[in-house]
Design a protein around this ligand. Structure first.
Ligand code: IMP
Ligand code: MG
Length: 200
């Protein structure tokens, strides 16, 4: 089945699935590298301090494919009893010129107090969601907070992204991408590659 060229309806407008930016093998290879970088940073801390534990906090729904791969790769490098993950979902409401307000729709299952937290996102655009999550983790008593994202749209940054330490791929500010968890109006999350969508 030819997925490239397929037409989607996004917010009432027709869009075409355009070129693939990264295929499955490329994404897997990059995630492997990221896991190695993360492990290199956290392993010395975990070894030195027996009370330290790392928890990956993934943001639903987009993060699912990335988080799953990242965890499996990390398990090759970090002790079983020192690594966990949890998820939360946030929803945005309100429209207009002011930033959309965010609200926790599904909270974490377990406390993260005194954990070292790595917030994991599929994509960081303006940085609004990430900065909100960073503050939320601080409020919840995390011992340290850092961030990892599969895709970064750095050129669109409007909000401070503190300790965003791990970035899979950088994209241009006007690219809109789907696949590997990323959606356009809830479509395309399942695709085993990352592709841009174009105006028809
Ligand atoms: P923020 O502006 O950094 O808060 O990002 C808000 C949200 O915009 C992300 O979590 C994504 O759901 C969405 N988003 C931004 N750019 C893209 C894209 O290129 N593809 C899919 N979703 C995107
Ligand atoms: Mg989305």
């Amino acid at each position: 089945m030819d997925i490239i060229g397929e037409i989607l309806e996004v917010d009432g407008m027709k869009k075409r699935i355009g070129g693939v930016l990264w295929n499955e093998a490329e994404i897997r290879a990059r995630v492997k590298e990221l896991a190695q970088e993360i492990a290199n940073d956290y392993r010395p801390l975990l070894e030195q301090y027996p009370d330290k534990n790392l928890v990956l906090v993934g943001i639903l729904n987009g993060v699912v494919p990335f988080l799953a791969d990242l965890l499996k790769e990390l398990s090759k490098h970090l002790p079983v009893d020192r690594l966990r993950y949890d998820t939360l979902a946030i929803s945005s409401y309100g429209r207009g010129t002011s930033p959309t307000e965010l609200r926790v729709e599904k909270d974490l299952k377990n406390p993260i107090e005194d954990f070292d937290v790595l917030v994991v996102e599929d994509i960081i655009d303006t940085g609004y969601t990430y900065s909100y999550l960073n503050q939320l983790c601080e409020y919840k008593g995390a011992k340290s907070r850092r961030g990892a994202t599969l895709i970064n749209k750095g050129a669109r940054r409007k909000y401070d992204v503190v300790n965003l330490s791990f970035v899979g791929f950088e994209i241009k500010e006007d690219d809109f991408v789907i696949g590997w968890g990323l959606d356009a109006d809830e479509q395309g999350r399942q695709l085993p590659f990352i592709a841009v969508i174009e105006d028809v």
